[in-house]
Design a protein around this ligand. Structure first.
Ligand code: NAD
Ligand code: DAU
Length: 335
């Protein structure tokens, strides 16, 4: 089987490439990635001899068309991870999000339509907006879309494009909307790696607002095993929600990181809150579990955090070149 993996030099895409090569030997992978500030050749350095890495943009229709034309519609697929992904960046400058997330997905859709190639589109639970802390309902595939930020609204737009290309043009696609991932190779602008690398560089940990906001954490390998399960057995045209019952408030996660790194759990800074900050995300993963038999393998969040901290401790050369620039962006935002 051949896969075209867009965004395969980013956090989840690079982990997808690693786990696919390890668990499904014989899969041939082409990565298409623009290598923006969020993508890195280094994330694929140890598999560089086993894949093809094409540096290019998902909005480049001739290039995307050429790469999709190499695939066999009978057995190959495109897995579309490429996107601008950080909410704070989208609030500061939405334009790249419209280009990469909306026009990029449109470009991929037109290429798979022309060649009748199977597509899996990777999306986020943020398209559903926020839940109240005490809401007994969690997000399901029928929850109405209600995105809050330029990031989540461009992801919502991309999902709707996929749905309409399925219905109107018969494109063979599935969509997954996953909750917050953690694990190795995540950019230091994101919550968990930012705190770990702040502490490793003598900076202080930073909590937005009161820290009561809840995220539903899943290990990146569990996200990617669910993507494979959907590609193998998912119903075409369907949306599947991916989550691992990992709800935790930010303050608790931050205090756990501090404790695991031998700091006083209350030794952090409260900083200005994110405008429009979604209060709570929570996924009901029962459809994926009941219909496709998927189960997460990482049940112990604290053990997963400890392993993630160890990874950042031992991979300073991967993240150190990114750290000062990320913190300079936060300093401009007062966070
Ligand atoms: P990331 O920011 O770490 O990586 C994104 C990758 O896409 C980078 O390698 C970047 O270079 C590439 N890219 C960006 N714009 C591009 C363009 N125009 N052309 C080609 N490549 C481009 O993101 P991530 O966290 O790995 O997220 C991957 C996907 O998963 C995204 O679609 C995101 O919306 C979705 N998602 C992420 C999470 C999460 O918790 N991180 C959760 C659910 C869904
Ligand atoms: O839910 C899935 C989404 O998860 C993905 O679609 C996004 O691509 C991904 O970035 C993530 O979005 P969040 O906005 O939830 O993630 P982030 O890591 O930016 O922040 C997680 C929470 O932590 C959020 O409530 C804001 C807060 N936060 C973040 C940073 C960077 C802090 O308290 N301090 C910080 O320094």
């Amino acid at each position: 089987m051949r896969l075209l993996v867009t965004g395969g030099a980013g956090f989840i895409g690079a982990n997808f490439v690693h786990s696919t090569l390890a668990r499904r030997p014989g899969t041939s992978i082409t990565v298409l990635d623009a290598l923006t500030y969020a993508g890195s050749r280094e994330s694929l350095a140890d598999v560089v001899g086993q894949i093809r890495l094409v540096q290019g943009d998902v909005t480049d229709a001739p290039l995307v068309g050429e790469l999709v034309a190499e695939l066999n519609p009978e057995r190959d697929a495109v897995v579309h991870f490429a996107a601008e992904t950080h909410v704070d960046n989208s609030l500061a400058d939405p334009e790249p999000f419209l280009r990469s997330n909306v026009i990029g997905t449109y470009t991929v859709l037109e290429a798979v339509r022309a060649r009748q190639v199977r597509l899996h589109h990777v999306s986020t639970d943020e398209v559903y907006g926020e839940l109240a802390l005490d809401d007994p309902q969690r997000f399901t595939e029928t929850t109405p879309y209600s995105p809050s930020s330029p990031y989540s609204s461009t992801k919502a737009a991309a999902d709707l494009l996929v749905r309409s290309w399925v219905r109107s043009y018969g494109v063979r696609a599935t969509i997954s909307n996953c909750s917050n991932n953690y694990g190795p190779y995540q950019h230091v602008e994101k919550f968990i790696p930012r705190q770990i690398t702040n502490l490793l560089t003598g900076r202080r940990a930073k909590l937005y607002g009161s820290g009561a906001n809840v995220r539903d954490w899943i290990h990146v390998d569990d996200h990617n095993s669910a993507v494979w399960q959907i590609m193998a057995g998912g119903q075409l045209g369907r949306t599947y929600l991916i989550g691992a019952e990992g709800e935790r408030d930010n303050r608790t996660v931050l205090r756990t990181i501090l404790r695991l790194m031998d700091f006083d759990p209350d030794d952090f800074d409260h900083v200005a809150d994110r405008p429009g900050h979604d209060l709570r995300y929570a996924i009901d993963p029962s459809a994926l579990r009941d219909e496709l038999g998927w189960q997460p393998e990482h049940h112990d969040f604290e053990a997963g955090l400890r392993a993630t901290i160890d990874w950042y401790r031992t991979h300073e050369s991967w993240w150190a070149p990114l750290k000062d620039a990320a913190e300079a962006r936060y300093a401009e935002l007062g966070r």
